[in-house]
Ligand binder design. Sequence first.
Ligand code: GCB
Length: 619
Amino acid sequence: MKMQKITLVLLALLCCTGLFAQNNLISNTGARKSLSLNGKWQYIVDPYETGFYDYRYKELKEDNPDAYWNTDVQVNKTEKKEHGYIEKYSLEVPGDWNHQQPEFTFYEGTIWYKKSFDMEKAAAGSKYHLYFGAVNYRADVYLNGKKLGMHKGGFTPFNFEVPVSLLREKGNFLVVKVDNKRHADEVPTLNTDWWNYGGITREVKLIETPGTFIQDFVVQLKKNSTGKAPDKTPEVEGWVKLNQAPAAGETVTVEIPELKFKTSVPASGQTTALKFKLPKVQLWSPESPKLYTVIVSTQSDRTQDKIGFRTIEAHGIQVLLNGKPLFLRGISIHGEIPQEIRRAYSEQDAVQLLHQSFELGCNMVRLAHYPHDEKITRLADSLGMLVWSEIPVYWTIDFTSEEVLGKAKAQLEEMIVRDHNRASIIIWSVGNETPISPVRTDFMHSLLTRARELDNTRMVSAALEVNYNALNDKNIVDDPLGEFVDLVAFNEYLGWYGGLPDKCRTTNWDTPYHKPLFISETGGDAKGGFHADSLTRFSEEYQEWYFKEQVAMLKRMPAKFVGISPWVLADFRSPRRNNPLYQEGWNRKGFYDDKGNKKKAFYVMKGYYDEMKKKTLKK
Ligand code: GCB
């Protein structure tokens, strides 16, 4: 009886997680032959989802002419048609819709996107995949009247295979129903502190691959395989995953031409394990972000990527990068370009955000609170910026629901699959400020376990809250989740949400866990250009004072303190921030204001980082 119950629970779990996870996600898509579908897409705004449900609120059948995936514009004047796509109503892809039309600023609902495209004749034996960098939040995708699939999750990639028989050389009719309504049982949930930008926010392309192709691979150094001991020759432990079981006799080859390295192993099923030493490799680090071209091939396919080799681990109370202690001079970032009030998506956007972070003296960015565009993690690789990458398990998502856990896991997997060859990424974070309860701890623990299963070469963490009442003279990070993370990270707003900044003078911090301790957020609002005395909230002087007190406190942190990522690089849009004089819909905790100007607090933090940098160089 007991056994039966366990099997049932296991089955239910498998179903729940399996339901949402995509087993077919293709990584390293930049190296693939593809047809870009970026650019102008025509749209229909459909707040009542008229193109999806009939007047009895039943889903329309695939071939129903009223469905918005079926027909283009009215072709003759006698036709009774109450929808259509025309040039006048166009949106740029990639890009959120909110900043593209004034009437979309606050829009939360459905917009139908349509793109017509021509292509070369589909090649015999090839496979075709429609790939989306991200669509917020739900995407229903149709090509030439047929549904290809549905995806939920606003910040991670997905792809659907397109049957060759569906493709035409001329006039393919691609429609995506995008819905960014918030729901209690989604990830994130109803309540966040950021703007719910909707739309096809990242690139779209039609990828061509061989029939049997390299869907994904990992070529990364094994944990703890660098360092001073003579036996620690950098060693790669990875794998190559094909989309299907290979034909007999297939081999998998990895080549790193610059190192004159080449190895071939017989393919063993769909996923082939790799293990080899790289004695001459120059390790990747922020100071020297060396990347190597790595070519992965089989008899039928070949792909390549630029990969850096480094190790990262929490060891006792330290974080070791390539075996050496590391101090993280971080900054939290939203994926937003404030001066244009929009989501970040381009190379240029990534340059802006990382350039501003380097100016602050950072060696690390916390990409909050969701996976950012792949452009920024790739740029971080080539510029030498360390990255914390996170899924939007934020505040009060429904921790009691297996289904919600499945959705969070799907996003975690998509984040990791996309970026598991990025040397810059050192931390996978499974969430932010989740309220402590046994059910929440099980939920978060399950995410941490999954992250480790998928990738044991990086640290796992989550931004936790603080127990302010544990001891008289100390604030303690004793969240039970601390037991399961590698890095104990916490958010604190001493002097903004509680008391005045001088409270820092008498405050100490610690954690009972023998682990590195990291401050994942601290900050206060200041409106750029508003000057007053330092006791005036929202003035640059208040924020400056806040960080002066914080920095003085940081200098008294226990030995396990390994770094900080203050909140936040730049002002960002948030519907929660409604002070009519100073906020007007903006969270003003940026070191940069919404025009890109530095506030006074910037120089305080920069001063501290410059000092810390000098200290580490001396060591
Ligand atoms: C936090 C959240 C962050 C908010 C920030 C704030 O603790 O993690 O998303 O934006 O505080 O400004 O209050």
